[in-house]
Design a protein. Sequence first.
Length: 217
Amino acid sequence: MLTKKQRELLLFIHERMQSGDIAPSFDEMREALGLKSKSGIHRLITALVERGYLERLPNRARALEVKKLPEGSDSVVSKTIETVSNGLSDMIQIPLYGRIAAGSPIEAIRDENGAVDLPPHMIGGGDHYALEVDGDSMIKAGIHDGDTVIIQKTETARDGDIVVALVDGEEVTLKRLKRDKDKIILIPENDEYELQIYDPNQVVIQGKLASLMRTYH
């Protein structure tokens, strides 16, 4: 016998996986069930695994497989799958421009490497693009190696914004912006990294952080 939350989570995972092989993220599960923290999702998943409803699969992103559904859930699943499928048509597609350094600057990103589908609530107005994060210099801002950051295209930003900065026309990095007199300071969010200080003519702002996506392994 499943609890109400266990049943809701199991059906939510099943419904989302009908449209693809990847289970929803822990944040998506938390929001769907109205929980305040991901620890509650961990406990629910563990309980579903122990009862044989879910299986954790090794070496795969979001490695969950639905093994069985609770009795009497077929009609509920069918109805919700239709709702989820209708919602997919509202997704927005933005270009993915490869990897950006959250560490030392790397060669400027120029090539498009596919696209990312997003729900409209993740971005506001204007043009956007996505970048994969390489490095851990922004970890204290909640940006981890392997995350996908959603960037709003802009050439202007305020002090304190997390920006995509092109340095000397050759290297691009993700840092927090600060202006100090006649200098541009790119600030890492990791105590192991040093400030990067440049003349204004060395730095071009190419966008600022709008949102973030994470895949759980």
